[in-house]
Design a protein around this ligand. Structure first.
Ligand code: C5P
Length: 216
């Protein structure tokens, strides 16, 4: 039986990670946060003090990734996310991470009947034949507010205006790059969460996935 693949794409702080994780739990699917792969490579580059544009080292670090890299708490740091969005446009790095993502989707761990992958290019490049595709968005202001609340809850001393500025930079980099830019797949369901809390967004996403599973 083919694995059911749910692709969840969207910009930074759109809520796609929380939605992806909860959808996976709800349907008993495996979950992969593909941003974590780019973050893990970026963190290795930062720790090794390598230049972020050294393609050879980027590819070597991608090939050397281990499960423990993906559990590192420093993955969530702002500077890791920033570095991830700087290395992510490199086509050779994207190619080096592609096979792992496709393998996870088609043969999910623990024999799960399906997989949820969240990222930027899951519905367009990694799994263009996904069973269901969601593109999660929210206004830049709403996303900045959420990120600001998250960071201040972690005790970080940040200003809302700076968070909004950083987010705009990340958006521009992710959407403007030549290789696998952040764009909704033509057959993606758009979910704008600007005016929704996470519970309402989850219910909307769950309904879309359940309906697609019924009709397939
Ligand atoms: O989703 P997250 O913020 O963790 O992703 C970090 C960065 O990794 C993004 O800004 C983006 O540049 C990159 N990324 C990507 N393709 C993916 C997932 C993440 O280019 N599928």
């Amino acid at each position: 039986m083919n694995s059911i693949i749910v692709a969840v794409d969207g910009p930074v702080a759109s809520g796609k990670g929380t939605l992806g994780r909860r959808l996976a739990e709800r349907f008993g699917f495996a979950y992969l946060d593909t941003g974590g792969l780019y973050r893990a490579v970026a963190l290795r580059m930062l720790r090794g003090k390598h230049a972020l544009d050294d393609v050879g080292i980027l590819v070597a670090q991608a090939k050397a990734l281990e499960p423990s890299d993906l559990a590192d708490p420093a993955l969530r740091d702002e500077k890791t996310g920033e570095a991830a969005s700087i290395v992510a446009p490199v086509p050779e790095l994207r190619a080096a991470l592609l096979e792992y993502q496709r393998e996870f989707a088609s043969a999910p761990p623990y024999d799960a009947p399906g997989a949820v992958l969240d990222g930027r290019d899951i519905g367009t490049v990694v799994c263009p034949n996904a069973s269901v595709k969601l593109f999660v968005t929210a206004s830049a202001e709403a996303r900045a507010q959420r990120r600001f609340a998250e960071l201040t809850a972690k005790g970080e001393d940040v200003e809302l205006a700076t968070v909004l500025e950083d987010l705009a930079k990340r958006d521009a980099r992710d959407s403007g790059r030549a290789s696998s830019p952040l764009v909704p797949a033509q057959d993606a369901h758009l979910l704008d969460t600007t005016k929704m809390d996470i519970e309402a967004a989850f219910q909307a996403a769950e309904a879309i996935v359940a309906a697609s599973m019924k009709s397939s």
